[in-house]
Design a binder for this molecule. Structure first.
Ligand code: TYD
Length: 132
């Protein structure tokens, strides 16, 4: 079983350049309620390091590259995000850590709900206990 599920986006373009459109409940498989982006991550930093009780998200690496570790409490998987025409699904109850950011990395995250700190599991042992 693989934890990493991707959605490929159609790339539109002509001699002017390229464009990707992201639409909730169309090529993004949930209604988008929030978008945020992560950039300017310093060398050696690991971000994320949490899971969400309910939130569903999708990550798209718009520029540069980074790695993502996904952990469902039983299996771990590392993926490299290098493409801006492909979204990585981040389901609820997946512990995730992002690292090895290139200096130019811009990571867009789409979410199906607003920011809610009470939805976070930030303690790995508490996450493992919640998975059991
Ligand atoms: P955090 O989840 O710790 O992200 P990272 O590990 O990638 O740096 O969030 C960093 C801060 O940003 C924290 O104070 C919460 C805040 N935040 C918001 O206010 N809204 C949001 O949508 C997100 C994702 C974070």
């Amino acid at each position: 079983m693989t934890l990493a599920r991707y959605v490929e986006f159609a790339v539109r373009g002509d001699q002017l350049g390229w464009l990707v459109a992201l639409e909730g409940n169309r090529n993004v498989p949930f209604a988008i309620k929030r978008a945020y982006y992560i950039f300017g991550t310093k060398s050696g930093v690991r971000r994320g390091k949490h899971a969400h009780r309910q939130l569903t998200q999708m990550m798209v690496c718009l520029a540069g590259q980074c790695k993502v570790m996904l952990d469902d409490g039983r299996n771990c998987e590392e993926v490299a995000l290098t493409r801006n025409d492909c979204g990585l699904m981040l389901d609820r109850m997946i512990w995730h850590e992002m690292y090895d950011f290139s200096p130019d990395c811009v990571l867009l995250v789409l979410a199906d709900n607003w920011y809610d700190e009470t939805d976070y599991l930030r303690d790995y042992d508490a996450f493992k206990a919640a998975c059991a």
